[in-house]
Design a protein around this ligand. Structure first.
Ligand SMILES: Nc1nc2c(ncn2[C@@H]2O[C@H](COP(=O)(O)OP(=O)(O)OP(=O)(O)O)[C@@H](O)[C@H]2O)c(=O)[nH]1
Length: 757
């Protein structure tokens, strides 16, 4: 080649990825920045030589292997002891060996169950190249294994371990699949699993095809086909579904649109009465028309007034509201901003206003606690004008309603106003189409399996409908409304609890009904793959080594956190709050959230990502406890969201530069004053607590007031200088630049210590 190439051009010309070429160039000490870098003819020659060497080495190794195998067999036959490590590997039952490699794959995906991890350790005991001493080393030991693979390939003639691994056990049962289903590119690890092959074997095959790859490297469809051909496996290519086609909502004809109930979220500052208001509305308005009806928590509830319905979301606060929004779902039509009339506009009031404004949701102000004697609704109105919420009577367009959630006052008027705003907003939906909505909460129910609480936003949901919620597929088996009644259909703005899912979706996940089960399944699968890949990328980025390196270098300061909660809604609320914490540049990174007990796989994920686990109203199971102990993963259990947030904030402060705090080490009482012509006044003291130390800072306290702060000039025990004088002993001391000591004064000695966070 006489021409200059860019990395990507050259990579393309030999059917490899730019990434692979860059890796090889770096190995050959040829510096390149990225796929656009130009590579000279000289460098290309070196790369080509590199490939030739690999192929030659591989060929040589193959013949060496054969010789070694024969020799090994001979040795064995002639009862000559065979080296222990080789024999151990060989004596492993075939399936154990497979597991051994599989585990490595799983470790990289952070899915390694602990029992397998243990087996892996024991299998590797004789293998000095494996370092599984510390479970915190999962990632780094994995990296070492990977580099050993490549080393192994280069020096196969010398490295007995890899020779041995390559000896096919004679009794090996061929469990190669006849056909594999391929939906797109995948990693070498995933391909190996699919083909029921050891990763090392697939990496070897790739090498023969001139592709340097490690377990996490992605291989494209052509390469997958080539490798599959090598094993005579048929590839069933299921090309990705064009999801957008199905996901884009059909335009509705104006004539098909019908009025729908408003969906209302209640926001406001802590203790201003959000929950009380929600409960009051529910109690007075729900049970009224439903004699004996028992309301059920399904994430939202509906009330009726003047034959019109209003849907209230059950989770008060803007965290949940924003979490939903962040996940791309807009479910709130109107925000009720609760402000306590005896308090005023507080930080979270302002936050709530900003959240509602950002989402362009109209605000109705509920001035609460007007029953209190100190209530001052006008003060609230005044304060809110600063935030462009001006009451109508003052020339603005914001609706204010005075309420007492506690006494049930003003609720009718509030509902009236909600209906008025709904009318102005012209909230409409087409009930005659496939349902779409948003998951409000979801959890795994012991008896019923995955349960999702969904708000239907468009169309009508019916029993038997097939749907996708997030990455989960389902068929509506049963639906229950907020009054605990089984229902068969649910129209726009109706909250329902449904069963029939295969997995537990996440709060905020979009929910779409499909006509065909096949389409729904394909979309759920595709989404699941995408999410898995995203998760894997995240995990690759957060390594223990990297995290510490970045923190030390001050580049990145973040605390990875896993949240498990009793219901997904709480997990998401906690996520919202934690992600908002910003302690001098350090942020929380939520790497996983879920509903249910803390499991071993959570602990392993935490270990691999150096994360802290927060359990909210959940406990770790027995295996998780043991693994957490072994992995030294910090698991914090809480029942109050605020405490969890506070604790994490403190943990984050531990990651900041050290701060100092004062520690009092002792007190001495001045009993006599001696005058010395040379040094001035000497205080004869008795150490009453702790100790006096020559190096300590001191403050002089007279009748409870600090009259001076400074350092000791001298500390003596009788006539001798002393470093320290302990409690119960007498001492003489002078304070630097201070001579106004008096009998009865207290000398407090203190030191500044680094704060242990
Ligand atoms: N006097 C009076 N007290 C009220 C009223 N509404 C709520 N409270 C009281 O105020 C306190 C806080 O009410 P909550 O409903 O828990 O407030 P919240 O805004 O949901 O609080 P968080 O959930 O902590 O954010 C409780 O003691 C209520 O009983 C009211 O209209 N009048």
């Amino acid at each position: 080649m006489s021409k200059k190439f860019r990395v990507y051009e050259y990579a393309k010309s030999i059917n490899m990825s730019s990434k692979e070429i860059i890796t090889i160039l770096k190995k050959l000490d040829i510096s390149v920045n990225n796929h656009m870098s130009v590579i000279e003819d000289e460098s290309i020659k070196k790369v080509e030589q590199f490939f030739r060497n690999i192929k030659e080495n591989a060929a040589e190794n193959k013949s060496n292997q054969k010789a070694q195998t024969e020799k090994a067999v001979l040795h064995h036959d002639s009862k000559t002891p065979v080296k222990q490590p080789e024999r151990n590997e060989k004596q492993l039952p075939k399936n154990e060996k497979k597991e051994h490699v599989m585990k490595k794959t799983q470790t990289s995906e952070n899915k390694k169950p602990n029992n397998q991890a243990k087996a892996n350790n024991s299998n590797s005991q004789n293998n000095k190249t494996n370092d599984n001493k510390s479970s915190k080393n999962f990632k780094s030991s994995q990296n070492r294994n990977r580099s050993n693979y490549s080393k192994g390939y280069k020096n196969k003639g010398k490295n007995r371990r890899y020779q041995n691994n390559n000896v096919e056990p004679k009794e090996k049962v061929d469990n190669t699949p006849k056909k594999i289903i391929v939906r797109g590119s995948m990693t070498v690890g995933e391909l190996s699993k699919l083909l029921h092959k050891d990763v090392s074997e697939v990496i070897k095959k790739l090498l023969f095809l001139g592709i340097m790859a490690n377990i996490n490297q992605e291989v494209d469809l052509d390469t997958i086909q080539l490798i599959a051909d090598e094993y005579k496996v048929e590839v069933d290519l299921k090309l990705p579904v064009e999801e957008d086609e199905f996901e884009i909502e059909e335009m509705d004809d104006e004539k098909d649109l019908q009025e729908r109930p408003a969906v209302v979220t209640i926001m406001g500052h802590v203790d201003h009465g959000k929950t009380t208001l929600l409960d009051a509305i529910r109690k007075t308005k729900v049970t009224e028309g439903e004699a004996g009806g028992i309301t059920q928590h399904i994430g939202a509830y509906q009330v009726e007034r003047n034959d019109k319905k209003v849907t209230f979301l059950d989770t008060p606060g803007h965290e949940a509201f924003t979490t939903m929004r962040a996940r791309g779902s807009k479910i709130t039509d109107i925000t009720i901003l609760v402000v306590a009339a005896d308090d005023g506009v507080m930080p979270q009031t302002i936050e709530a206003i900003n959240h509602a404004k950002a989402a362009e949701v109209p605000i109705i102000v509920a001035v609460n606690k007007i029953d209190k004697p100190e209530a001052n609704p006008d003060k609230i109105k005044q304060e809110l004008t600063e935030y462009q919420l001006v009451p109508e009577e003052w020339g603005g367009d914001t609706i204010f309603v005075n309420v007492s959630a506690k006494q049930g006052e003003g609720l009718d008027e509030l509902l009236e106003m909600i209906l008025l705003v709904s009318e102005v907003e012209e909230l409409k939906a087409n009930p005659d189409k496939r349902a779409r909505g948003t998951v409000i909460e979801a959890e795994l129910d012991k008896g019923r399996g995955p349960v999702a609480r969904v708000l239907v936003q468009q169309g009508t949901l019916e029993i038997g409908n097939v749907f996708v919620a997030g990455v989960c597929f389902g068929r509506v088996r049963a639906m229950v409304n907020d009054k605990g009644r089984r229902i068969k259909v649910a129209g726009p703005s109706t909250p329902v609890e449904l069963t029939g899912l295969t997995e537990v979706p996440q709060a905020g996940d979009p929910f779409i009904v499909f006509e065909e089960e096949k389409k729904a399944k394909a979309i759920a699968d595709k989404r699941a793959t995408e999410v898995r890949q995203q998760e894997m990328n995240v995990n690759n980025r957060i390594t223990l080594d990297d995290l510490f390196k970045h923190i030390q270098e001050g580049e990145v300061k973040e605390l990875p956190v896993i949240i498990k909660a009793d219901v997904q809604g709480s997990a998401e609320a906690l996520r919202g709050s934690l992600e908002k914490i910003n302690v001098e540049g350090v942020k929380v990174k939520i790497i996983h959230t879920g509903a249910g007990a803390i499991t071993e796989s959570d602990v392993i994920l935490a270990s691999a990502s150096n994360a802290i686990i927060i359990g909210f109203n959940v406990r770790p199971d027995q295996t998780a406890i043991a693994t957490a102990e072994q992995e030294q993963v910090d698991v914090r259990l809480h029942r109050i969201i605020y405490n969890a947030i506070e604790e994490i904030e403190s943990a984050m402060k531990g990651m900041l530069d050290p701060e100092f705090k004062e520690v009092v080490i002792g007190h001495a009482e001045v009993r006599n004053i001696f005058k010395n012509s040379k040094v001035g006044k000497i205080a004869g003291c008795m150490v009453t607590s702790g100790k006096m130390s020559r190096n300590a800072d001191v403050r002089l306290i007279r009748e409870g007031i600090v009259v001076h702060e400074g350092i000791l000039d001298s500390l003596k025990r009788f006539k001798d200088d002393a470093k320290e004088v302990a409690q119960g002993y007498e001492c003489g001391l002078t304070i630097e630049n201070y001579s106004d000591l008096k009998e009865g004064d207290i000398v407090e000695a203190f030191v500044m210590e680094t704060v242990e966070r």
